[in-house]
Design a protein around this ligand. Structure first.
Ligand code: G1P
Length: 296
């Protein structure tokens, strides 16, 4: 029997320099796809997977992110008075129960492994999910829920994974596969951003379910690739110690919202997925593509 996954860590301390000047005054996690901030997509996915405790690893300048989860009483009562129940529901969907959220500060940008390690005192002897908000995944059921289901079978540690072109593997954690069972693979190794000879083209995408022992590994870790403390290394240590590490080829489409091109693609995809927007938006996209073709 695996233990239930009820806590999730959201590492949100990054500076978001790739989106300057926007991120000069707003955290990148507040940037919106259509009308919802990236962080809301991550929270909704976590909730649907059964997460009830949300741990944010933040840094200086992330005040707007913390405020985002406060109840907006004035706004709520004004919407209530004017009978705007639909908007009221949307707004209430962003509220978090008191005590459901914890904020931990990462004082130095020492990498993803370090960010996760900063949350260690809030965890007991239980598995914990990690969601990277840059990786937005459109999937039904949502990616983390698919992972929780698969994890019930495998236990151990699980990462979301997908095939990428081999030349792109240097931007990812990459799995070395011991056994390929179709949707689930068992790993015999994991390398962070391999400069050459990637062990496969199965890249790690930003969803994890970590066994509690990963935290012990992080305690011992030194700086790895890029001078950072890598979560990948702490997971690879699990394999060295004989514990199971699995990858789930999730069903769904992943957008790299840490890059401008990925963010724009996500905007198009999520725009087209909205009933109230899709017709007008699709027509517009069709028109500009035709105009581009005609101009060529
Ligand atoms: C992080 C992880 C990497 C993973 C990637 C997924 O890298 O370190 O293993 O493949 O997220 O998006 P980052 O993109 O933050 O450099």
């Amino acid at each position: 029997m695996t233990r239930k996954v009820t806590k999730a860590i959201f590492p949100v301390a990054g500076l978001g320099t790739r989106f300057l000047p926007a991120t000069k005054s707003i955290p990148k996690e507040i940037m919106t796809l259509v009308d919802r901030p990236l962080i809301q997509y991550a929270i909704d996915e976590a909730r649907e997977a059964g997460i009830t405790e949300f741990i944010f690893v933040t840094s200086r300048g992330k005040g707007a992110l913390e405020d985002y989860f406060d109840h907006a009483h004035e706004l709520e009562s004004s919407l209530k008075k004017s009978g705007k129940t639909e908007l009221l529901d949307i707004l209430r969907g962003t509220n978090m129960d008191s005590g459901a959220i914890a904020y931990v500060r990462q004082h130095k940008a020492l990498g993803l492994g370090h960010a996760v390690w900063c949350a260690r005192r809030l965890l007991g002897d239980e598995p914990v999910a990690v969601i990277l908000t840059d990786d937005v995944i459109m999937g039904e059921p949502p990616c983390l829920q698919q992972m929780v289901e698969a994890y019930k079978e495998t236990g151990g540690t699980m990462v979301a994974t997908m095939e990428v072109p081999i030349e792109k593997t240097k931007a990812y954690g990459v799995l070395d596969i011991a056994e390929d069972m179709g949707a689930i693979v068992r790993a015999k190794g994991m390398v962070e951003k391999p400069k050459e000879n990637p062990p496969s083209n199965l890249a790690v995408i930003g969803r994890y379910i970590l066994a509690p022992t990963v935290m012990d590994n992080l305690n011992k870790l030194k700086q790895g690739a890029g001078g950072e403390i890598q979560l990948t290394d702490a997971i690879a240590d699990e394999i060295d110690e004989g514990r199971g590490v699995y990858g789930l080829r999730f069903r769904g489409q992943r957008f790299d919202c840490g890059s401008k091109a990925g963010f724009l693609q996500a905007t198009v995809a999520f725009g087209l997925a909205r009933d109230e927007l899709k017709d007008e938006f699709a027509e517009y996209l069709h028109d500009i593509m035709s105009m581009r073709k005609a101009a060529e």
